[in-house]
Design a protein around this ligand. Structure first.
Ligand code: SAM
Length: 254
Protein backbone atom coordinates (compact mmCIF):
# COMPACT_ATOMS: atom_id res chain seq x y z
CA UNK A 1 0.00 0.00 0.00
CA UNK A 2 1.42 3.42 -0.90
CA UNK A 3 1.61 6.30 1.61
CA UNK A 4 -1.23 8.20 -0.07
CA UNK A 5 -3.70 5.33 0.44
CA UNK A 6 -2.39 4.69 3.93
CA UNK A 7 -3.00 8.28 5.02
CA UNK A 8 -6.59 8.00 3.75
CA UNK A 9 -7.26 5.00 6.01
CA UNK A 10 -9.28 5.73 9.11
CA UNK A 11 -7.63 5.74 12.49
CA UNK A 12 -8.95 4.73 15.88
CA UNK A 13 -7.56 4.37 19.37
CA UNK A 14 -6.04 1.28 20.88
CA UNK A 15 -5.58 2.36 24.48
CA UNK A 16 -3.72 5.68 24.16
CA UNK A 17 -2.19 4.78 20.78
CA UNK A 18 -3.64 5.70 17.40
CA UNK A 19 -3.85 2.71 15.08
CA UNK A 20 -5.44 1.94 11.72
CA UNK A 21 -9.05 0.85 12.21
CA UNK A 22 -8.52 -2.43 10.39
CA UNK A 23 -5.69 -3.36 12.79
CA UNK A 24 -7.49 -2.78 16.10
CA UNK A 25 -9.51 -6.03 16.20
CA UNK A 26 -6.42 -8.19 15.87
CA UNK A 27 -4.51 -6.09 18.43
CA UNK A 28 -7.40 -6.55 20.90
CA UNK A 29 -7.48 -10.24 20.08
CA UNK A 30 -3.78 -10.59 20.91
CA UNK A 31 -4.39 -9.00 24.31
CA UNK A 32 -7.12 -11.48 25.21
CA UNK A 33 -5.12 -14.47 23.90
CA UNK A 34 -2.33 -13.34 26.23
CA UNK A 35 -4.46 -12.88 29.35
CA UNK A 36 -7.09 -15.64 28.84
CA UNK A 37 -5.62 -18.24 31.21
CA UNK A 38 -5.33 -15.76 34.10
CA UNK A 39 -8.35 -13.61 33.20
CA UNK A 40 -10.68 -14.74 36.01
CA UNK A 41 -7.99 -14.53 38.69
CA UNK A 42 -6.95 -11.07 37.53
CA UNK A 43 -10.57 -9.87 37.47
CA UNK A 44 -10.97 -10.81 41.13
CA UNK A 45 -7.62 -9.31 42.13
CA UNK A 46 -7.99 -6.06 40.19
CA UNK A 47 -11.53 -5.32 41.35
CA UNK A 48 -11.22 -6.89 44.84
CA UNK A 49 -14.03 -9.20 43.73
CA UNK A 50 -16.43 -6.28 43.21
CA UNK A 51 -16.97 -7.17 39.52
CA UNK A 52 -19.12 -10.05 40.79
CA UNK A 53 -21.54 -7.59 42.43
CA UNK A 54 -21.67 -5.43 39.29
CA UNK A 55 -22.49 -8.49 37.20
CA UNK A 56 -25.07 -9.63 39.74
CA UNK A 57 -26.86 -6.28 39.43
CA UNK A 58 -26.80 -6.67 35.65
CA UNK A 59 -28.46 -10.08 35.95
CA UNK A 60 -31.00 -8.62 38.38
CA UNK A 61 -31.99 -5.93 35.81
CA UNK A 62 -32.09 -8.37 32.88
CA UNK A 63 -35.75 -9.43 33.10
CA UNK A 64 -34.64 -12.83 31.82
CA UNK A 65 -36.89 -15.76 32.81
CA UNK A 66 -37.46 -19.42 32.01
CA UNK A 67 -37.58 -20.07 28.26
CA UNK A 68 -35.77 -16.87 27.19
CA UNK A 69 -33.09 -16.70 24.50
CA UNK A 70 -30.07 -14.69 25.66
CA UNK A 71 -26.90 -13.51 23.94
CA UNK A 72 -23.90 -13.07 26.26
CA UNK A 73 -21.84 -11.04 23.80
CA UNK A 74 -18.08 -10.68 24.26
CA UNK A 75 -18.88 -13.18 26.98
CA UNK A 76 -15.28 -14.32 27.42
CA UNK A 77 -14.96 -16.77 30.30
CA UNK A 78 -18.72 -16.91 30.75
CA UNK A 79 -19.54 -15.32 34.15
CA UNK A 80 -22.85 -13.99 32.83
CA UNK A 81 -23.68 -17.18 30.93
CA UNK A 82 -23.46 -19.17 34.18
CA UNK A 83 -26.17 -16.99 35.73
CA UNK A 84 -28.29 -16.74 32.58
CA UNK A 85 -28.26 -20.52 32.07
CA UNK A 86 -29.86 -20.90 35.50
CA UNK A 87 -32.51 -18.28 34.71
CA UNK A 88 -33.53 -19.60 31.28
CA UNK A 89 -33.73 -23.23 32.43
CA UNK A 90 -34.07 -26.22 30.13
CA UNK A 91 -36.50 -24.52 27.76
CA UNK A 92 -34.32 -21.48 27.11
CA UNK A 93 -30.95 -20.99 25.46
CA UNK A 94 -27.86 -18.88 26.16
CA UNK A 95 -25.41 -18.10 23.39
CA UNK A 96 -21.94 -17.29 24.68
CA UNK A 97 -20.31 -15.41 21.81
CA UNK A 98 -16.81 -13.97 21.68
CA UNK A 99 -14.35 -13.09 18.95
CA UNK A 100 -11.50 -14.77 20.81
CA UNK A 101 -11.26 -18.57 20.86
CA UNK A 102 -8.86 -18.65 23.84
CA UNK A 103 -11.41 -16.83 26.01
CA UNK A 104 -14.23 -19.03 24.68
CA UNK A 105 -12.35 -22.26 25.45
CA UNK A 106 -11.71 -21.19 29.04
CA UNK A 107 -15.38 -20.23 29.36
CA UNK A 108 -16.59 -23.51 27.90
CA UNK A 109 -14.36 -25.52 30.27
CA UNK A 110 -15.53 -23.48 33.27
CA UNK A 111 -19.23 -23.98 32.49
CA UNK A 112 -18.80 -27.70 31.79
CA UNK A 113 -16.98 -28.12 35.12
CA UNK A 114 -20.02 -26.53 36.76
CA UNK A 115 -22.26 -29.09 35.05
CA UNK A 116 -23.77 -26.57 32.64
CA UNK A 117 -24.12 -28.70 29.51
CA UNK A 118 -27.51 -28.41 27.89
CA UNK A 119 -28.60 -24.83 27.45
CA UNK A 120 -25.43 -22.89 26.53
CA UNK A 121 -23.90 -22.81 23.07
CA UNK A 122 -20.55 -21.27 22.16
CA UNK A 123 -19.99 -19.24 19.03
CA UNK A 124 -16.92 -17.36 17.83
CA UNK A 125 -18.30 -14.13 16.44
CA UNK A 126 -17.51 -10.47 15.92
CA UNK A 127 -19.94 -8.13 17.70
CA UNK A 128 -19.92 -5.82 14.69
CA UNK A 129 -21.28 -8.48 12.32
CA UNK A 130 -23.37 -10.88 14.39
CA UNK A 131 -24.14 -14.15 12.58
CA UNK A 132 -27.74 -14.43 13.81
CA UNK A 133 -31.10 -13.77 12.19
CA UNK A 134 -33.10 -10.64 12.92
CA UNK A 135 -35.27 -10.73 16.06
CA UNK A 136 -33.58 -13.75 17.67
CA UNK A 137 -32.87 -12.76 21.29
CA UNK A 138 -34.97 -11.62 24.26
CA UNK A 139 -31.88 -10.12 25.83
CA UNK A 140 -28.41 -9.09 24.64
CA UNK A 141 -25.88 -8.51 27.42
CA UNK A 142 -22.31 -7.20 27.06
CA UNK A 143 -20.13 -6.94 30.12
CA UNK A 144 -16.77 -5.18 29.84
CA UNK A 145 -16.74 -5.86 26.09
CA UNK A 146 -18.01 -2.71 24.36
CA UNK A 147 -14.91 -0.61 25.03
CA UNK A 148 -12.83 -3.11 23.06
CA UNK A 149 -14.93 -2.93 19.91
CA UNK A 150 -13.49 -0.98 16.99
CA UNK A 151 -16.78 0.48 15.83
CA UNK A 152 -19.14 0.68 18.80
CA UNK A 153 -22.06 2.11 16.83
CA UNK A 154 -21.77 -0.66 14.26
CA UNK A 155 -21.86 -3.22 17.12
CA UNK A 156 -24.92 -1.51 18.64
CA UNK A 157 -26.75 -1.63 15.28
CA UNK A 158 -25.86 -5.30 15.04
CA UNK A 159 -27.21 -5.97 18.56
CA UNK A 160 -30.38 -4.02 17.75
CA UNK A 161 -30.93 -6.17 14.65
CA UNK A 162 -30.69 -9.50 16.51
CA UNK A 163 -32.88 -8.43 19.45
CA UNK A 164 -36.59 -9.28 19.32
CA UNK A 165 -39.03 -6.35 19.46
CA UNK A 166 -39.28 -5.31 23.15
CA UNK A 167 -36.03 -7.21 23.79
CA UNK A 168 -33.62 -5.80 26.36
CA UNK A 169 -30.07 -4.54 25.88
CA UNK A 170 -27.69 -4.46 28.86
CA UNK A 171 -24.22 -2.95 28.70
CA UNK A 172 -21.90 -3.07 31.69
CA UNK A 173 -18.59 -1.28 31.44
CA UNK A 174 -16.36 1.20 33.19
CA UNK A 175 -17.55 4.79 33.51
CA UNK A 176 -16.24 8.15 34.64
CA UNK A 177 -16.20 8.26 38.47
CA UNK A 178 -18.72 10.70 39.88
CA UNK A 179 -16.52 12.10 42.68
CA UNK A 180 -13.65 14.39 41.65
CA UNK A 181 -11.54 13.36 44.64
CA UNK A 182 -11.81 9.77 43.50
CA UNK A 183 -10.17 10.54 40.14
CA UNK A 184 -6.68 10.93 41.61
CA UNK A 185 -6.87 7.76 43.69
CA UNK A 186 -8.38 5.91 40.75
CA UNK A 187 -5.61 7.12 38.39
CA UNK A 188 -2.91 6.17 40.88
CA UNK A 189 -4.39 2.71 41.29
CA UNK A 190 -5.07 2.21 37.55
CA UNK A 191 -1.82 3.48 36.07
CA UNK A 192 0.66 2.50 38.76
CA UNK A 193 -0.64 -0.39 40.85
CA UNK A 194 -2.84 -2.35 38.49
CA UNK A 195 -0.29 -2.97 35.67
CA UNK A 196 2.18 -4.12 38.36
CA UNK A 197 -0.33 -6.65 39.70
CA UNK A 198 -0.76 -7.76 36.07
CA UNK A 199 2.99 -8.12 35.68
CA UNK A 200 3.36 -10.16 38.91
CA UNK A 201 0.63 -12.62 37.99
CA UNK A 202 1.00 -12.85 34.21
CA UNK A 203 4.47 -11.38 33.49
CA UNK A 204 2.58 -9.17 31.01
CA UNK A 205 2.52 -5.46 31.85
CA UNK A 206 1.46 -4.26 28.37
CA UNK A 207 -1.88 -6.06 28.26
CA UNK A 208 -2.90 -4.53 31.58
CA UNK A 209 -1.69 -1.09 30.44
CA UNK A 210 -4.01 -1.47 27.43
CA UNK A 211 -6.92 -2.47 29.68
CA UNK A 212 -6.46 0.64 31.83
CA UNK A 213 -5.98 2.95 28.85
CA UNK A 214 -9.04 1.50 27.09
CA UNK A 215 -11.12 2.39 30.16
CA UNK A 216 -10.00 6.02 29.88
CA UNK A 217 -10.84 6.15 26.16
CA UNK A 218 -14.33 4.71 26.69
CA UNK A 219 -17.24 7.19 26.32
CA UNK A 220 -18.61 8.67 29.53
CA UNK A 221 -22.06 7.71 30.82
CA UNK A 222 -24.07 10.39 28.94
CA UNK A 223 -22.12 10.00 25.67
CA UNK A 224 -22.75 6.27 25.66
CA UNK A 225 -26.42 6.81 26.49
CA UNK A 226 -26.75 9.11 23.45
CA UNK A 227 -24.93 6.62 21.24
CA UNK A 228 -27.38 3.90 22.31
CA UNK A 229 -30.33 6.21 21.51
CA UNK A 230 -28.81 7.07 18.09
CA UNK A 231 -28.62 3.41 17.18
CA UNK A 232 -32.38 3.01 17.61
CA UNK A 233 -32.93 1.91 21.20
CA UNK A 234 -35.62 3.30 23.52
CA UNK A 235 -36.06 3.93 27.25
CA UNK A 236 -32.31 4.17 27.75
CA UNK A 237 -31.23 4.55 31.37
CA UNK A 238 -28.03 3.95 33.28
CA UNK A 239 -27.02 3.07 36.80
CA UNK A 240 -23.72 4.17 38.31
CA UNK A 241 -22.14 1.59 40.57
CA UNK A 242 -19.27 2.11 43.03
CA UNK A 243 -19.30 5.91 42.44
CA UNK A 244 -19.52 5.51 38.66
CA UNK A 245 -16.42 3.30 38.35
CA UNK A 246 -18.76 0.80 36.69
CA UNK A 247 -21.96 1.68 34.82
CA UNK A 248 -24.87 -0.41 33.64
CA UNK A 249 -26.76 0.96 30.61
CA UNK A 250 -30.17 -0.61 29.91
CA UNK A 251 -32.38 -0.09 26.86
CA UNK A 252 -35.13 -1.72 24.79
CA UNK A 253 -35.73 -2.36 21.12
CA UNK A 254 -39.20 -1.02 20.28
N1 SAM B 1 -17.78 -10.51 29.39
C1 SAM B 1 -16.65 -11.09 30.08
C2 SAM B 1 -16.59 -10.55 31.49
O1 SAM B 1 -17.32 -9.63 31.81
O2 SAM B 1 -15.78 -11.06 32.27
C3 SAM B 1 -15.35 -10.84 29.34
C4 SAM B 1 -14.96 -9.40 29.20
S1 SAM B 1 -13.34 -9.18 28.50
C5 SAM B 1 -12.78 -7.73 29.34
C6 SAM B 1 -13.69 -8.54 26.91
C7 SAM B 1 -14.04 -9.61 25.89
O3 SAM B 1 -14.47 -8.96 24.70
C8 SAM B 1 -12.89 -10.52 25.51
O4 SAM B 1 -13.23 -11.85 25.73
C9 SAM B 1 -12.69 -10.23 24.03
O5 SAM B 1 -12.23 -11.33 23.27
C10 SAM B 1 -14.07 -9.79 23.62
N2 SAM B 1 -14.12 -9.00 22.37
C11 SAM B 1 -13.31 -7.97 22.01
N3 SAM B 1 -13.66 -7.50 20.80
C12 SAM B 1 -14.74 -8.24 20.39
C13 SAM B 1 -15.56 -8.22 19.23
N4 SAM B 1 -15.35 -7.33 18.25
N5 SAM B 1 -16.57 -9.10 19.15
C14 SAM B 1 -16.79 -10.00 20.13
N6 SAM B 1 -16.03 -10.08 21.25
C15 SAM B 1 -15.02 -9.21 21.39
Amino acid sequence: MNMKNKSKKEMTHFGFQNVYKDKKTSLVSNIFHAVASQYDLMNDLMSFGIHRMWKQFMIYRSEVYVGCTVLDLAGGTGDLSIQFSRLVGNTGIVVLADINDSMLHIGQKKLRNLGILNNVIYIQADAEALPFSENTFDCVAVSFGLRNFTNKEQALFSMHRVLKPRGKLLILDFGVPTFKVLHKIYDLYSFHILPKIGKCITQDINSYRYLVESIRMHPDQETLKNMIIRTGFNNVEYFNMTFGIAVLHCAYKC
